[in-house]
Write a protein that binds this ligand. Structure first.
Ligand SMILES: *Cc1c(COP(=O)(O)O)cnc(C)c1O
Length: 404
């Protein structure tokens, strides 16, 4: 069985289903024992029938499982589902989202290359680009997300990749995928999109021509805050290179985490519908609250990129960002006054989570850079959970009152 052609077969079989829900639930491997649910394959290696099979496998004459650092049936099932949902030919599952981002950069960039990256990226991605890539003599520029007309002027002869995240974490700034991918195509650059916030249920960058798609599966894909995971997706040719890099360097996803994440994908659409409904209702309500300076949510007509959000996303996502009046002190006090919300550094959970980026995830980034990414002292990021919307609003209302 050749893995790529197996995904091609799955993609062909699943083509008859145009609905996300059916694809997410019905994409699955053959079952060895007629078991209905996917079993957990806790094995670090796989036996060879004979010396000839071992030789052929290591010579890449055909693809099958050898060792769980390279591939494992649970990881394969998760990755295959993600390929069908994102519309890509192949993928590689990683231990975390950052391992996916790092692998997607290091596979394709070499000494002397240049990467053009968004000014509003997840903080760890920004830090990899600024602090680690220069150690390998890889140059970078950050493009201003608010000025798409300037992006092209930053492309250099040695630019190899454009990297973006949309919507961004936590500023919820959108990047026009059609514009970005057209730019990449024109200049022969790899376009790499971190699609973590939208998930393939709300937006599929491959449709616009994105070459590489990365995910932190830790967030909405898991959906219950249990395991970390990530995935790099793309064409068979590109993922062949990612696989070669990861096979030697070892950022593989654990079978147990892959098993959890495959099951999670079966309910992603149902959870995302409720996350998005709750988030939109909360955003509308916050907008009318006099204690809130500003509410940011892609599907609010007041969002500066509302039209773009409607064009490239099917719903606004599960994260709402707002600025409480009173700056950094009120922001922190507000967090301490919340009773029901979880205060933790995760998102995409069925439990509502609030964070204060200025004093946590973005505390090591200079204020001007932080503010350029839309993060102010009073900014609160809420990953809106699946509790009843009335209870979510009530907790915010009492915390606003208490932190006055
Ligand atoms: C959380 C996150 C990551 C990193 O994922 P981990 O699984 O925590 O390593 C990358 N990108 C975005 C947008 C994220 O929110």
């Amino acid at each position: 069985m050749i893995r790529n052609s197996h995904i091609a077969i799955l993609n062909t079989i699943m083509k008859k289903y145009t609905n996300f829900a059916t694809k997410a639930i019905r994409t699955q491997h053959e079952r060895a024992f007629r078991e209905h649910s996917v079993p957990l394959y806790l094995t670090s290696s796989f036996t060879f029938d004979d010396a000839e099979q071992a030789r052929a496998l290591f010579a890449d004459e055909y693809v099958d499982n050898i060792y769980s650092r390279f591939s494992n049936p649970n990881v394969n099932e998760f990755v295959e589902k993600m390929c069908v949902l994102e519309g890509t030919e192949d993928g590689f599952g990683t231990a975390t989202g950052m391992a996916a981002v790092f692998a997607s950069l290091m596979t394709f960039l070499k000494s002397g290359d240049h990467i053009l990256a968004s000014s509003a990226l997840f903080a760890s991605s920004t830090r990899i680009i600024k602090e680690f890539l220069p150690k390998w003599n890889i140059e970078y520029s950050f493009y201003d997300i608010n000025k798409p007309e300037t992006w092209e002027s930053l492309i250099q002869p040695n630019t190899k990749m454009i990297f973006a995240e949309t919507p961004s974490n936590p500023g919820l700034v959108l990047i026009d995928l059609e514009h970005l991918c057209a730019l990449g195509k024109k200049h022969n650059l790899l376009v790499n999109i971190d699609n973590c916030f939208a998930t393939p249920y709300l937006q599929t960058p491959a449709k616009y021509g994105a070459d590489i798609i990365t995910h932190s599966a830790t967030k909405f894909i898991d959906g219950q805050g249990r395991v970390c995971g990530g995935v790099v997706l793309g064409s068979a040719a590109l993922i062949k290179e990612v696989r070669a890099f990861c096979r030697q360097t070892g950022p593989a996803m654990s079978p147990f985490n892959a098993w959890i994440l495959s099951k999670s994908l079966e309910t992603l659409h149902v959870r995302m519908d409720r996350h998005c409904d709750n988030a939109l209702a909360l955003a509308k309500w916050l907008e009318t609250n006099p204690e809130i300076e500003k509410t940011i949510y892609p599907f609010l007509p007041s969002h500066p990129q509302y039209d773009l959000a409607k064009k490239q996303m099917s719903q606004g996502g599960g994260v709402v960002t707002f600025i409480v009046k009173g700056g950094i002190d009120r922001g922190r006090k507000f967090l301490d006054s919340l009773e029901m919300f979880s205060h933790t550094a995760n998102l995409g959970d069925c439990r509502t989570i609030a964070t204060h980026p200025a004093s946590t995830t973005h505390s090591k980034i200079e204020e001007s850079v932080r503010e350029a990414a839309g993060i102010f002292g009073g900014t609160v990021r809420v990953s809106v959970g699946l509790e009843h919307i009335d209870d979510i609003k009530a907790d915010i209302a009492q915390a606003l009152e208490k932190s006055k």
